[in-house]
Design a protein around this ligand. Structure first.
Ligand SMILES: [Zn+2]
Ligand SMILES: [Zn+2]
Length: 347
């Protein structure tokens, strides 16, 4: 089969490799669309791949092509996506249902062969049915949608309260939609570029606020000075990491979903927000809960099927043929493209 193989740092080669085996308890999926995640870019250019050669790709959708021995409830031809985390299901965290914190996991598309290929094999328990009404392009973005929902769940989000989402990338844009779906009284989205803010409005944000020109330590104009009950930081940029503590209401909750890109310092006045507001601060990692892979996944598939969760313009910038993956990675690296998808021709 054809696959996008990262042979070495920066060496992206579209070539023939053997099809992955279908072991008992697994299914082989014919990949229709696979996304390039922000986390894949350093895996290609910054020596962070787990090993070489490797086939990346953990955000994907396609059709079941072969069902392995002992697999029940899945049939050839069904439209599916799959959760990429392969937890051990045996460690203390797995036994508590905290699969994201597993101490002995594998991961499709970083520790084992991913979906930037014609076929990928996954454990049957990782498969999520998507139904035929969801376009593959959208189904391939289900993972970031589950990450956003996981953050809101960890923040113990409750209906009727206000929310601020910091960062208008795909996770932030899905977080805006989830907050509305889950009954937020008001959702403010905070971002930088006009395209992200326009996407946030299309995603249903009541206000879309830019941080451009806002002096450090101050609140951007348009943000409610009383603060927001839930603040979801989905960018990892220093400015929004800090702003999260300023934007939270007294007794509110901040959930850090984004991961920081460089070291940060918290001046005393900024840190004191945690004390003076008696706010809760938590973090989120990936998107799993019991029973595996969790409600994050089943709810995302349901809401995509009903149209509650939308792939709004601006969430994905470009779709490339799988064979042109090298160009896609290069375009992302030099800023010519944002988040993009790779598509196999035949499906
Ligand atoms: Zn990802
Ligand atoms: Zn485990």
């Amino acid at each position: 089969m054809k696959a996008v193989v990262i042979e070495n740092d920066g060496a992206v080669v579209y070539k023939d490799i053997p099809q992955p085996d279908v072991r008992p308890g697994t299914v082989r999926i014919k990949v229709a669309v696979c996304g390039i995640c922000g986390s894949d870019v350093p895996r290609v250019f910054d020596h962070t791949a787990h090993s070489y050669p490797i086939v990346l790709g953990h955000e994907f959708a396609g059709v079941i092509e072969t069902v392995g021995e002992g697999v029940q409830g899945l049939t050839v031809g069904e439209h599916v996506t799959a959760a990429p985390l392969v937890p051990c299901h045996a460690c203390a965290q797995c036994r508590r249902g905290n699969y994201s914190l597993c101490e002995g996991y594998s991961f499709i598309g970083s520790r084992e062969q991913g979906a930037m290929a014609e076929y990928v094999t996954v454990p049957a328990g990782n498969v999520v049915k998507i139904g035929e009404s969801i376009p593959f392009e959208q189904a391939a973005t289900i993972e970031p949608a589950t990450v956003a929902l996981h953050g809101l769940r960890l923040a113990r989000f409750g209906a009727g309260r206000s929310a601020a989402v910091l960062g208008c990338g795909i996770i932030g844009l899905y977080a805006v939609q989830w907050a509305k779906l889950l009954g937020a009284s008001v959702v403010a989205a905070i971002g930088r570029g006009e395209s992200g803010l326009a996407a946030a409005r299309a995603a249903g944000a009541d206000a879309a606020i830019s941080t451009i020109g806002c002096p450090e330590g101050e609140l951007p104009a348009g943000l409610d000075k009383a603060g927001y009950d839930y603040v979801l930081e989905c960018s990892g940029a220093g400015q929004t990491m800090a702003l999260a503590l300023q934007a939270v209401a007294k007794k509110g909750t901040v959930c850090y979903v984004g991961t920081p890109k460089r070291p940060m310092t918290f001046p005393v006045r900024l840190w004191e927000n945690i004390n003076r507001k008696e706010c809760w601060v938590t973090g989120a990692w990936m998107s799993y809960s019991a029973p595996f892979p969790g409600e994050e996944w089943t709810m995302a598939a349901e809401h995509m099927a009903t149209g509650g969760l939308k792939l709004v313009p601006g969430m994905v910038h470009k779709t490339y043929p799988m064979a042109e993956a090298a160009r896609a990675f290069e375009d992302i690296r030099n800023g010519a493209s944002g988040r993009c998808l790779l598509k196999n021709e035949e499906i």
